[in-house]
Design a protein around this ligand. Structure first.
Ligand code: RIB
Ligand code: CA
Length: 302
């Protein structure tokens, strides 16, 4: 079976780690490159987290350090949710893993140019790297099959401000560039993560299975999901991977997307479903939340 060549852009980040673990074990994917981005925590921490998790669980995957601040405004983080290091209560062990690139645009350019097939990009954090790549390498956009992006909110509501989902809020100018780029994009909005939450005790019950399940428990032990019931872990980023590897759990609807880049409701987005008209933009909706969250949980421990 031909594998899907993939680049993942991520700001680990508790749910990012779970999403990476699921992506690395899926036989349908050939994860060629993982790029860090500033977001849940600063670029130094997200890069170290990305490097450790990627080289440990997918040794042949390249790692690039991404851009450390948004296109225009100040960097804001979510360390109050994901912990100072970004991976909750887990302490990344000392390691000798080395970055393959410290220039994310060069990394994306070389991987996309070398790929014999069009590349699919999965974004799990603020979308600064992809927007910068679009501006720097417009001639390579025809080698991008599709972008699966955990970002945005369907109805203008937020999880970091009353109006904005976190990844949109961090760099709305970048999101606006990507929305208008003409790329095929599948949006996996915050609502999908919120209705597929998993009770944290289910993760703790798996704690002694192996080294990875122990790491998951330590990650969650320092994860303060302020936005929702702290007994649950919102499953945002895993859905961006699952929508690509397991599309049967989702409905894909054509849509258009608006992004607010003003100061008043910075990062606010609306995803408007459009019927009877093709669009390069689609949004996923969950067919059966319980079935989906069980499938994601099972895949994490497979
Ligand atoms: O709003 C949820 C998103 O913000 C997720 O990607 C989470 O990791 C944080 O980055
Ligand atoms: Ca993330």
């Amino acid at each position: 079976m031909k594998k899907i060549p993939v680049i993942i852009d991520t700001d680990p980040g508790v749910d990012d780690v779970f999403a990476l673990l699921i992506a690395f074990k899926n036989k349908k994917l050939d994860v060629k490159l993982v790029c860090s981005t500033a977001g849940n925590v600063n670029i130094e921490n997200t890069t170290n987290n990305t490097l450790y998790i990627t080289k440990k669980y997918s040794p042949n995957t390249l790692v690039a350090k991404g851009i450390g601040s948004p296109l225009q405004k100040e960097f804001v983080d979510a360390s109050d949710v994901h912990g100072e290091s970004g991976v909750g209560g887990f302490v990344i062990p000392k390691h000798n893993y080395k970055l393959d690139y410290d220039d994310v645009i060069l990394a994306m350019k070389e991987v996309i140019e070398k790929s014999t097939e069009k590349v699919t990009i999965i974004t799990l954090g603020p979308i600064t790297n992809l927007a910068s790549f679009i501006k720097a390498c417009p001639n390579l956009l025809n080698k991008i099959e599709c972008v699966y992006s955990m970002i945005a909110s369907v109805d203008g509501s937020g999880n970091v401000t009353p109006y904005a989902e976190f990844n949109s809020y961090c760099d709305p100018e970048a999101l606006d560039i990507v929305v208008k780029s003409g790329l095929n994009i599948v949006f996996v909005p915050k609502q999908v993560g919120e209705i597929t939450m998993i009770e944290q005790k289910r993760f703790f019950e798996m704690g002694n299975k192996n080294e990875t399940s122990k790491m998951i428990v330590e990650i969650l032990s320092g994860f303060h999901e302020k936005a929702v019931d702290s007994n649950y872990a919102a499953i945002y980023d895993q859905n961006a991977v699952f929508a690509l590897t397991n599309p049967k759990y989702y409905k894909f609807m054509n849509c258009d997307v608006t992004v607010d880049v003003s100061d008043e409701k910075r990062g606010q987005t609306f995803i408007n479903i459009i019927k009877n008209k093709k669009s390069n933009l689609r949004c996923v909706f969950v067919k059966n939340p319980q079935k989906l969250s069980n499938a994601i949980f099972k895949e994490l421990y497979r």
